[in-house]
Design a binder for this molecule. Structure first.
Ligand code: RIB
Ligand code: CA
Length: 311
């Protein structure tokens, strides 16, 4: 049985990603969810994880993690995800009673992964602060990690700045540590998510008809979509779902290249930029499987079937 820990900052697209992951528990058992400050502050992110795990009927463990990145102060994205980080749907108040197994995601992950009788996969859809601290604090844990599926970075455009994708921008030092950990990594960057792994408005409008989870997903996506449309986006990227689907259904991704990926750590307008070394004689620092294309129709169908499967 494939085992998974999801590190996230819900966040509306994280919510869709978690919904997809929990729809495939027979294939990939979600051991636990860990949270990190990102889209919104840690307390909101953790509350959102509680709401989602309750709503989706999960009993996965939950651990809250780092409130801020390794070096700089946190920068959030409330303009995209709303003040609470998941505006748009009234989750039952009692969902906030969902138990918190630990308030230290790093020791929680070390404990669960080291005790697992098989290697564990990590899906990371947020700034990589928790994961970087795990790998640096407990180097031996690497031998128990199967693969890390990351949404973050880009080989082309930025979103939070001209050069940087949000998760990379918030904690580039953490991304640099994870990229150079030597672990197998599959990366879904903006080059894939904004250009290929998106939903059209027509498709988004169909989600509300996909059962009670569709009503929830559609409600939170409405807020996210409004924000994306205000940015001038006409194709709505469901960024974090790519990290989950690259674990569950890798064949949907029709093109990928292994690159040595760098992260810019300077304190200037390029901070957080990620870029592949395309030189034929590139000195190999790492080898990241960068996803570059997806069968979009199949991606949309997979999303819709996952949401509908809760009925
Ligand atoms: O740039 C997109 C990423 O930043 C997604 O993970 C989104 O949830 C935000 O965290
Ligand atoms: Ca996220």
């Amino acid at each position: 049985m494939t085992k998974v820990i999801m590190d996230c900052d819900p966040g509306i697209d994280d919510a869709i990603a978690l919904t997809v992951l929990l729809a495939h528990q027979k294939q990939a058992q979600l051991i636990g969810v860990t949270t990190v400050g990102g889209n919104v502050k840690l307390d909101y992110v953790t509350k959102n994880a509680k709401k989602l795990l309750t709503f989706l009927g999960s009993n996965a463990e939950l651990a809250s993690g780092q409130a801020k990145p390794l070096v700089k102060e946190i920068e959030t994205a409330g303009e995209i995800h709303g003040k609470t980080g998941m505006d748009g749907y009234d989750f039952p108040k009692e969902s906030l009673n969902y138990p918190l197994t630990s308030n230290n995601a790093v020791t929680y992950m070390y404990d669960r992964i080291s005790k697992s009788n098989e290697k564990v996969n990590i899906v990371a859809t947020a700034p990589l602060t928790n994961i970087a601290l795990l790998l640096k604090t407990f180097p031996d844990i690497s031998e128990k990690i199967e693969h890390i599926y990351i949404m973050g970075g880009s080989t082309l455009q930025g979103n939070i700045t001209l050069a940087a994708e949000f998760n990379a921008y918030v904690d580039p030092e953490a991304m640099d540590i994870v990229f150079n950990s030597g672990l197998p990594i599959t990366l879904s960057g903006l080059n894939l998510t904004e250009n290929k792994a998106y939903l059209t408005m027509d498709e988004i409008n169909k989600i509300k008809d996909l059962g009670h989870v569709g009503v929830m997903a559609s409600s939170i996506l409405n807020f996210y979509t409004k924000a994306e449309l205000e940015k001038g986006m006409t194709k709505i990227p469901i960024h974090d779902a790519c990290a989950v689907i690259s674990l569950l259904a890798p064949d949907l991704f029709t093109k990928s290249t292994n690159y040595s990926m760098d992260v810019c750590l300077t304190n200037d307008q390029y901070r957080g930029m990620t870029y592949p070394d395309r030189r034929t004689d590139a000195p190999i620092k790492n080898s990241i499987k960068v996803l570059e294309d997806v069968d979009r129709d199949a991606f949309v169908k997979y999303l819709f079937d996952s949401i509908s499967s809760y009925e």
